[in-house]
Design a protein around this ligand. Structure first.
Ligand code: CP
Ligand code: NVA
Length: 312
């Protein structure tokens, strides 16, 4: 029944109540990793990569196996998509053989086409625009360290126009957090994404603040976050990026602007000495290894939740 099929293509594909439901399931699966087997059979989930990955690749492979299923990991270069087969045709074929599709790619529109034509749940494993799986892992980590999400002051400094910046804005509004993005002009989140987030924040009690002042973004924050300055696919503007993002580097002096008990997140991979200092990411406020582990638990929760919806 195609109409019941749900997807996670961007963070606001989950309502505030649904996001909370998935996060509760993630905590349950962390405590009891083999307690749910929605893919028993085993059913296969295709996991496709058009960009590099370590965490996403491993966490989906392990997570799908934990859920009783069989992961089919595909790199673009070894598929016919890599030789030009249209996404429409790939979607129709995959939908006849697998129970779900997890895809890391460039264009958000391609994920939408995959969702429209495959007829199975599709999960965005990172696009140029959003990284919703990472956000769920981040929120699980914040809950573990801070107890709850709503009302927290969350500061992201760096490239606000990348997938992570957009997902923090949307996912944070959904969770009722006060999200502050500190990014230079030209690298601030897309206006439409901010407008979408503000509409959600009006219902959750959250807020979205965009500033070019890293001090304003970081001051008094409960959670401090950054990401690479050179996202996959932007390497041709690397020199300009290293120059413009310098004042947004998470040094220990800048982290000290946040609350004394603030925690530091980074989705990884990290570039020490650029977007984050070594003594910050390897220091006592950093929770990045919990964050990386939670990719596994949060994604198992998403898959289990989507598959259950698809069957209802
Ligand atoms: N954070 C993240 O998505 O890591 P990978 O690129 O290694 O999958
Ligand atoms: N913004 C980064 C995230 C990597 C997980 C990128 O797209 O490369």
């Amino acid at each position: 029944m195609t109409s019941a099929v749900r997807h996670l293509l961007r963070d606001d594909d989950l309502s505030p109540a649904e996001q909370a439901e998935v996060l509760a399931l993630a905590a349950e699966l962390k405590a009891a990793p083999y307690s749910r087997k929605p893919l028993e059979g085993p059913q296969t989930v295709a996991v496709m990569f058009d960009k590099s990955s370590t965490r996403t690749r491993v966490s989906f492979a392990v997570g799908i196996a934990d859920l009783g299923g069989s992961p089919l990991i595909m790199d673009r270069g070894t598929t016919q998509a890599g030789r030009g087969e249209p996404v429409e045709d790939t979607a129709r074929v995959l939908g006849r053989m697998v129970s779900g599709v997890v895809w890391r790619t460039y264009h958000q529109r391609d994920l939408e086409v995959m969702a429209e034509l495959s007829g199975v749940p599709v999960v965005n494993a990172l696009s140029d625009d959003f990284h919703p799986c990472q956000i769920l892992a981040d929120w699980q980590t914040i809950i573990e360290h801070k107890g709850a999400l709503a009302g927290l002051q969350v500061a992201f400094v760096g490239d606000g126009a990348c997938n992570m910046g957009h997902s923090y804005v949307l996912g944070g509004a959904t969770a009722g957090m006060d999200i502050r993005i500190g990014s230079p002009a030209g690298y601030q989140p897309d206006a439409q994404v901010v407008a979408d987030a503000e509409r959600i924040a009006a219902t959750t009690g959250g807020s979205v603040t965009i500033t070019d002042d890293p001090v304003a973004a970081l001051s008094g924050a409960d959670v401090v976050i950054t990401d690479t300055w050179v996202s996959m696919g932007t390497e041709d503007t690397k020199a300009e990026r290293l120059e413009v993002f310098g004042p947004y580097s998470l040094t220990s002096e800048r982290v000290a602007l946040a609350k004394p008990d603030a925690i530091v997140l980074h989705c990884l991979p990290a570039y020490r000495g650029l977007e984050i200092a070594a003594d910050v990411i390897d220091g006592p406020q950093s929770v990045v290894w919990d964050e990386a582990e939670n990719r596994l638990h949060a994604q198992k929760a998403v898959l289990a939740w989507l598959l259950e919806k698809a069957r209802s």
